[in-house]
Design a protein around this ligand. Structure first.
Ligand SMILES: NC(=O)c1ccc[n+]([C@@H]2O[C@H](COP(=O)([O-])OP(=O)(O)OC[C@H]3O[C@@H](n4cnc5c(N)ncnc54)[C@H](OP(=O)(O)O)[C@@H]3O)[C@@H](O)[C@H]2O)c1
Length: 309
């Protein structure tokens, strides 16, 4: 089976599962249409489908995502790679803050160390270099097998890589928004530079928060103002893109979501779609089981051109 190599970690199939939904009420409505048992079943379905990487963060569900993920991890085999993130709240000033937050994540997950620990946002006022020093320390203390960042542009990535390299710690990943409606990481040169350096681009919101699954449309947007408005600037191109995704899906006996995820995989990235249920997790894992051909890629390029997306 095809695999992606995150520096310092064993290779895994090139599709993960995001757990922002697990415990988040505000954006995703946890506790309404889906709850604890549903996400547990999602975990098992993803594992069964070949997924071997799960993404969380201390802020997701105020820690509930990490707790639920840790319970699943301990209960079921085989063991996947687990990822979590440090949130640079404005009141977190000291270098020790990252290590103490990491220990909090480990306690919620019930683990002695994380596979991959990321700085969630490169936000001021604390300079990025300070958080990079803390990431190196987490690695050196054996609290994380690999470290990286999220939401960093190329300049920011280079600053972090500079600090880590002085510690001989590899920069493993940068998690950024990337999908057919958001190709900024390609336009800016970020994806190309990361490929050249062997840093993995973890593609978040690879289904554009549900818009690319085919079950929503301009007439029937996803629930909640945030998700409904999120891609308003792409309004004009969404109907044609959805039509194209459906046509390619039909040709492969797949779903529009699987085609959207497959496109991310074939761009050399690691998409981490969020899932609320076993059905969603199982369907998304299907992206590991077919390939797009040159005609499919050309059609997607026409429907979601690099310039503009
Ligand atoms: N580092 C960061 O700053 C950052 C930011 C955002 C996300 N992330 C990570 O990336 C992950 C994924 O991003 P995301 O959750 O924003 O968006 P996404 O993966 O693009 O969309 C997930 C949503 O799409 C719908 N869906 C998923 N699979 C489906 C299927 N097979 N069929 C039909 N609908 C399906 C579900 O919503 P409905 O059922 O409600 O339609 C699901 O909650 C997150 O969980 C998180 O781990 C990281």
């Amino acid at each position: 089976m095809e695999a992606i190599q995150i520096p310092g970690l064993p290779p895994v199939p090139p599709l993960g599962l995001g757990t922002w939904q697990w415990g988040d009420r505000l954006i995703w409505g946890y506790g309404g249409g889906y709850r604890e048992e549903d996400v547990r079943l999602a975990y098992r379905a993803a594992l069964k489908g070949g997924v071997r990487l799960f993404d969380s963060a201390e802020v997701y569900g105020f820690g509930l995502s990490e707790r639920l993920l840790g319970e699943c991890y301990r209960a079921y085999e085989p063991k996947p790679l687990l990822v979590s993130k440090f949130f640079p709240y404005p009141w977190r000033f000291s270098r020790r803050a990252l290590l103490s937050a990491l220990r909090g994540s480990l306690a919620r997950l019930g683990l002695p160390r994380l596979d991959l620990y990321l700085l969630h946002w490169p936000w001021k006022p604390v300079p990025l270099e300070q958080w990079a020093e803390s990431l190196a320390e987490a690695y050196e203390q054996g609290l994380a097998r690999a470290v990286g960042v999220s939401n960093c542009n190329l300049g920011q990535l280079e600053r972090v890589a500079g600090v880590l390299s002085r510690h001989r710690v590899p920069l493993a990943a940068n998690q950024v928004e990337y999908h057919l409606l958001e190709r900024g990481p390609e336009r800016s040169g970020l994806l190309g530079a990361m490929r050249a350096e062997g840093v993995v681009l973890m593609a978040y919101s690879p289904l554009a928060m549900g818009w690319l699954t085919g079950k929503y449309s301009l007439e029937k947007p996803p629930p909640g103002r945030y998700r409904a408005q999120r891609y308003a600037r792409h309004k004009a191109r969404i109907p044609h893109l959805l039509h194209t995704l459906r046509a390619i899906a039909q040709k492969h006996g797949a779903t529009p979501a699987q085609v959207a995820l497959r496109w991310c995989i074939e761009q050399g990235t690691l998409p981490i779609p969020g899932a609320k249920s076993a059905l969603q997790a199982e369907a998304n894992a299907g992206a590991l089981r077919f390939r797009l051909d040159a005609e499919d890629r050309a059609r997607l390029e026409e429907a979601a051109p690099l310039e503009g997306a």
